[in-house]
Design a binder for this molecule. Structure first.
Ligand code: RM4
Ligand code: MN
Ligand code: MN
Length: 407
């Protein structure tokens, strides 16, 4: 079945081996906080067998990577994932073929042993002592990251205001910039810092890093090691994310991605489950923009998933998400770029649409599966996961009442 499907598709497109090589090289980092059942603010229904510590999280991601060959990195969140024995953690990750992608700091929650509260913000706070606490936390996160061999820090701030008048926007921006500058100073030479924006939630009147313009302002003022991070769920409804991506790339300021999907807000649903065409259009801009700058698709941007699971088995959901990313990437690689440029230059709008949709409507799953096989993964990861009764085994090992750290 696979052989037939692969032969059919590889006969239709050019340079299939080059495409397969790119697919094999392309790795998507899995967030440590997406391995458990997230729940909503109304309730949480844990599915059992969830990882209870960093070691078990690494094992879960190792399993995903063994199945699909494309999940060779992990993104950690501190303090949820403090590595008490960094050497042992590094060794375990290496055994599973995993590297450490961006480290994430957390100043959107108060921790039990914390002196000052982030209720009214962290880096934007009117009290300098709170800002310093947030800066120190980020510097500590860098320290853990260095121990593990990570090379980047993602800062997502929930800072903002819920009501008009609560904040002086300009002062909040300036405080945040100063705090980020302190963190920037502590960044090792070969590290990057990603400033992630979000339009709303948990603050509902203003967010201090609310959109890509604000993030770009911060990252431009910070310096060459600072970049903007795009999380697909962090825009106002119907925002043209592909255009945002294109311009950030043009400016050399796109740092990385948090993939997920959504219908209404920051829904954190499975990648490609709601708007697969949008995902394809984003990949179209990514590939075109990276090629225009001779960038390396696999390494020059940070590719991460940021999702949350309420009703699905988190590992099955992540397998689906990675598959959706690989499909969109493969489809963007088969776009007839020459013809598209021609159509654009001739104002041939009809042909331009035809060219994009020709690629989007091509069933590339045979190529993606072939790449997975060549990388040592399974032909059908989901089927293997279910066939081997992985969740049942995890429940047996870890118990049915486990709750993973995270949101
Ligand atoms: C936020 C944001 C961040 C992530 C947290 C857990 O909504 O997307 O990237 O660190 O959730
Ligand atoms: Mn995110
Ligand atoms: Mn989010």
């Amino acid at each position: 079945m696979h052989k037939k499907r692969y032969e059919f598709i590889s006969g239709q497109i050019n340079k299939v081996d080059e495409i397969i090589k790119k697919l094999i090289d392309f790795q998507v980092a899995i967030p440590s906080w997406a391995l458990g059942t997230g729940g909503t603010r109304f309730g949480r229904f844990p599915g059992g067998g969830e990882p209870m510590n960093l070691e078990e999280k690494i094992e879960d991601i190792g399993l995903l990577h063994a199945l699909n060959g494309s999940s060779g990195a992990i993104s950690l969140h501190i303090p949820w994932d403090i590595p008490t024995d960094a050497e042992a953690i590094k060794k375990l990750a290496a055994e599973h073929g995993l590297r450490f992608d961006a480290m994430n700091s957390n100043t959107f929650q108060d921790q039990p042993d914390q002196k000052l509260s982030y209720k009214f913000g962290s880096m934007q706070h009117v009290d300098k002592a709170v800002r310093k606490q947030a800066v120190d936390h980020n510097i500590e996160v860098i320290k853990y990251g260095k121990e593990l061999g990570s090379k980047s820090l993602t800062v997502w701030l929930s800072d903002g205001s819920c009501f008009p008048g609560q904040l002086n926007f300009r002062k909040a921006f300036q405080n945040t910039l100063e705090s980020l500058q302190e963190v920037y100073k502590a960044l090792p030479q070969d590290w990057k810092i990603f400033v992630e924006y979000k339009a709303f939630e948990p603050n509902f009147y203003s967010m201090t890093v609310g959109d890509w313009g604000q993030s770009l302002l911060y990252s431009s003022k910070l310096g060459p090691k600072a970049y903007t991070l795009v999380d697909l769920g962090h825009h106002l409804a119907n925002a043209n994310i592909e255009q945002i991506v294109s311009l950030l790339l043009m400016e050399g300021k796109l740092g990385g991605f948090h993939f997920n999907d959504s219908k209404y807000g920051d829904d954190d649903l499975t990648v490609g489950s709601i708007k697969p065409y949008q995902l394809f259009l984003i990949f179209n801009e990514l590939v075109e923009g990276m090629d225009a700058k001779s960038m390396n698709h696999a390494n020059d941007l940070a590719w991460m998933i940021d999702a949350s699971h309420n009703v699905k088995d988190p590992l099955e959901d992540l397998l689906q998400s990675v598959e959706a990313i690989m499909i969109a990437y493969a489809q963007s690689l088969i776009i007839d770029r020459k013809k598209l440029v021609e159509a654009q230059n001739n104002n041939d709008v009809v042909s331009a649409q035809e060219i994009l949709q020709q690629a989007y409507r091509t069933d590339v799953r045979g190529i993606v599966a072939e790449a997975r096989l060549r990388a040592g993964g399974a032909l059908n990861p989901l089927a293997v996961y279910r066939g081997e009764k992985v969740r049942e085994q995890l429940i047996k090992e870890r118990g049915s009442k486990t709750v993973a750290t995270g949101l």
